[in-house]
Design a protein around this ligand. Structure first.
Ligand SMILES: Cc1cc2nc3c(=O)[nH]c(=O)nc-3n(C[C@H](O)[C@H](O)[C@H](O)COP(=O)(O)O)c2cc1C
Length: 162
């Protein structure tokens, strides 16, 4: 996932995060885990908002560029050649190249020794054309990128039924 935030001046930040999980169904709560020193946590502290953008195989190189530690205030989307557009209900923008964008408002945090879990309520969801099939993610078309470790990834483009 690519998490977009803004600081109190409205400056955009984007960071890939693989430690992301759903926490609650109704109302929908999503959480990610991140470091205390990162711009993402800093910005969520300032604005209480973030957007979770689904990363696909097509933008894997751009996503990786966003993981570089640019100085605070630098827009990683611009550095990576990605595009953004206004969100519906929160200030952080949605990433245009991502087929699903989940707009979140901070609900709670849980402080661990090294990482902090940041949980947000999904207040708006944007799904681009063709990204859903039968009410589920159209993985054959979307080709979501799953993080294995380091610079290794899995392309999740095949659904199996039990
Ligand atoms: C594929 C990938 C997954 C990552 N997952 C996480 C994560 O779950 N949590 C985290 O804190 N950093 C993660 N990182 C590292 C951050 O993206 C990186 O430290 C980034 O500079 C943090 O940005 P920020 O300072 O804007 O928050 C990941 C990096 C990559 C490439």
């Amino acid at each position: 996932m690519l998490i977009t935030t803004v600081d109190k001046l409205g400056r955009i930040n984007a960071a890939p995060m693989s430690f992301v999980m759903p926490v609650e169904m109704d109302p929908p709560i999503l959480a990610f885990s991140t470091g205390y020193e990162g711009d993402t946590y800093h910005n969520v502290g300032e604005t209480g908002e973030f957007v979770v953008n689904l990363v696909t195989a097509e933008i894997k190189k751009q996503m990786y560029i966003c993981s570089r530690s640019f100085p605070r205030g630098v827009n990683e989307l611009e550095k990576a050649g990605l595009h953004w557009e206004p969100s519906e209900k929160v200030k952080p923008p949605r990433v245009v190249e991502c087929p699903v964008n989940l707009e979140c408002k901070l609900e709670w945090t849980h402080e661990g020794p090294e990482y902090v879990v940041v949980a947000g309520r999904v207040v708006a969801m944007n799904v681009r054309k063709g990204a859903l099939k039968g009410g589920r993610l159209n993985v054959e078309q979307v080709k979501p990128l799953l993080h294995l470790s380091g610079k290794s990834f899995v392309i999740g483009d095949r659904a199996v039924e039990l």
